[in-house]
Design a protein around this ligand. Structure first.
Ligand SMILES: Cc1cc2nc3c(=O)[nH]c(=O)nc-3n(C[C@H](O)[C@H](O)[C@H](O)COP(=O)(O)O)c2cc1C
Ligand SMILES: *[C@@H]1O[C@H](CO)[C@@H](O)[C@H](O)[C@H]1NC(C)=O
Ligand SMILES: *[C@@H]1O[C@H](CO)[C@@H](O)[C@H](O)[C@H]1NC(C)=O
Ligand SMILES: *[C@@H]1O[C@H](CO)[C@@H](O)[C@H](O)[C@H]1NC(C)=O
Ligand SMILES: *[C@@H]1O[C@H](CO)[C@@H](O)[C@H](O)[C@H]1NC(C)=O
Ligand SMILES: *[C@@H]1O[C@H](CO)[C@@H](O)[C@H](O)[C@H]1NC(C)=O
Ligand SMILES: *[C@@H]1O[C@H](CO)[C@@H](O)[C@H](O)[C@H]1NC(C)=O
Ligand SMILES: *[C@@H]1O[C@H](CO)[C@@H](O)[C@H](O)[C@H]1NC(C)=O
Ligand SMILES: *[C@@H]1O[C@H](CO)[C@@H](O)[C@H](O)[C@H]1NC(C)=O
Length: 383
């Protein structure tokens, strides 16, 4: 006997534990871009991307290393942090403007380097550049982009400042060549990713889709302090080590005279089991508080709302990076990235106002805006 079921287009998407804020996917069609007007917070873009991208590409962006302990910790750490909101303050003029390495930007968050944006939309990194430029935000393209670094530079506006990411290739000729190209194209600083020492993390979720173990990343496995010193001689641009994940390495970079460091666990994609940026910043504050006085610190990992930005700023980060969210938003191209950045900007303005702080700069390094005791008890054994 044949039972005829009613035709049902209703899409149910596994939310992977992301916070539920009412996103209704009932009318969505699998493989079809949902209305941009359904997007009201950053996590919505991930669900939309999951609906529209081929499983292989979704996994390539979403994956993290091994059991994804660090990836999950990045998303969950915020639940252990409380914000302190003060009242009886004048918050009629909120300022989000900030400087990063001395350059002016209109928001303290930036688009972090993420490889191969081209699997989301054919305009790939060009949309990220334009969108950041319109807002006045920093964009730091990956050296493994779908577009050339010159194309990305050309897509930007004349009033726009971009930095560029670089990897420590074992091929020195390639490294020198790229550093020259980055400089010639007008990028103002280099985020040098130092956490892939010779290999990528083992990204199981992505491997299930590609059917192969990650191949050689081409990164140098003998990247010592001497090698680092040598790289600094290959460019006139300031270098910011990205992927600092211990207090000891932060202090080393300070002693070596770097203008800034970028605390990051690479979105959980490299060494699984390492701490979140919240925990690393707390550890640096305990052991080497001078780091925050003497150099700029940037941070990222699991940032999906302005309150996450605020928590990292309060712990001493001058600017906060977004990795996956711009990728997910880019399934709509420039319009999607515009909306994602706008939503985050509105959230930030709103939270600051509700916290009684009119100037985002006063939050940086000011721990009276947050309570991290629960994290400290878990991480240090005491608070
Ligand atoms: C798909 C993807 C590609 C990435 N590619 C790079 C890269 O090429 N260079 C780099 O330094 N970091 C890369 N990262 C790490 C990001 O710069 C950033 O540190 C991380 O994604 C932040 O965490 P979040 O995704 O939770 O925001 C990548 C991250 C993702 C998700
Ligand atoms: C979701 O949308 C569908 C179709 O518009 C509607 O029938 C349903 O009631 C909505 N669900 C919720 C929980 O709002
Ligand atoms: C922030 O910077 C922008 C761009 O330079 C400028 O137009 C705006 O007036 C500044 N806002 C504040 C509050 O200073
Ligand atoms: C950066 O902003 C400051 C303060 O608003 C302003 O005085 C300065 O001219 C700006 N610099 C550039 C290069 O726009
Ligand atoms: C830079 O120029 C673009 C294009 O003219 C404009 O949309 C954007 O608002 C400008 N950025 C700032 C920070 O003024
Ligand atoms: C190293 O990089 C250069 C410049 O891109 C390239 O020409 C050369 O083939 C590379 N060498 C190896 C061994 O891959
Ligand atoms: C870097 O350049 C300086 C100045 O030219 C030189 O003294 C130093 O030895 C160089 N360091 C390395 C590691 O090449
Ligand atoms: C891809 O991005 C471009 C540039 O923003 C846009 O014109 C195009 O509509 C986007 N494609 C899709 C399928 O959304
Ligand atoms: C930190 O913020 C609190 C609350 O707004 C404020 O009273 C205090 O002056 C700030 N401290 C510093 C060093 O800015």
């Amino acid at each position: 006997m044949t039972v005829l079921l009613p035709l049902c287009l209703s899409v149910e998407i596994n939310r992977e534990g992301l916070p539920y804020t009412g996103l209704n996917t009932t009318d969505w069609e699998t493989g079809v871009l949902p209305p941009l007007t359904d997007m009201w917070e950053l996590n919505d873009f991930q669900i939309a991307a999951k609906n529209v991208l081929a499983a292989r590409w979704y996994a390539s962006y979403r994956t993290a290393a091994l059991d994804q302990v660090t990836y999950q910790a990045n998303l969950n750490i915020w639940k252990k942090i409380r914000l302190n909101g003060f009242t009886f303050r004048d918050v009629s003029n909120v300022n989000l403007n900030t400087t990063i390495l001395g350059y002016n930007f209109t928001v303290p968050f930036f688009i972090a380097p993420a490889a191969y944006a081209g699997h989301t939309n054919e305009s790939a990194e060009l949309s990220l550049a334009r969108s950041a430029g319109k807002l006045g935000a920093l964009y730091v393209p990956s050296i493994e982009s779908s577009k050339t670094l010159q194309q990305i530079a050309d897509a930007g506006f004349s009033n726009q400042t971009m930095f560029h990411q670089e990897y420590v290739w074992s091929n020195r000729t390639l490294l020198i060549e790229q550093l020259r190209q980055i400089e010639a194209a007008g990028y103002k600083a280099i985020f040098l990713t130092v956490d892939n020492t010779g290999v990528n993390g083992i990204r199981v979720q992505a491997m299930r889709q590609t059917g192969q173990l990650d191949s050689d990343s081409g990164h140098s496995a003998s990247f010592t302090l001497e090698a680092l010193a040598e790289i600094r001689n290959l460019t006139t641009l300031p270098i910011v080590p990205k992927g600092i994940k211990t207090a000891a390495d932060a202090k080393t970079c300070l002693d070596l005279g770097f203008p800034a460091i970028y605390v990051s666990n690479h979105g959980g994609r490299v060494l699984d089991g390492v701490p979140t940026s919240v925990e690393i910043l707390l550890d640096i504050r305990r052991q080497y508080p001078e780091v925050f006085e003497q150099m700029e610190v940037y941070a990222d990992g699991g940032v999906r709302s302005a309150n996450h930005v605020i928590a990292l700023l309060a712990l001493g980060a001058k600017a906060v990076g977004l990795g996956r969210s711009p990728i997910w938003a880019n399934i709509y191209g420039e319009e999607g990235v515009d909306r994602m950045l706008m939503l985050l900007q509105v959230e930030l303005q709103t939270s600051l106002q509700l916290m009684g702080e009119a100037d985002v700069q006063n939050v940086v390094g000011n721990t009276s805006y947050i309570n991290t005791k629960q994290v400290e008890v878990d991480y240090f054994g005491v608070n």
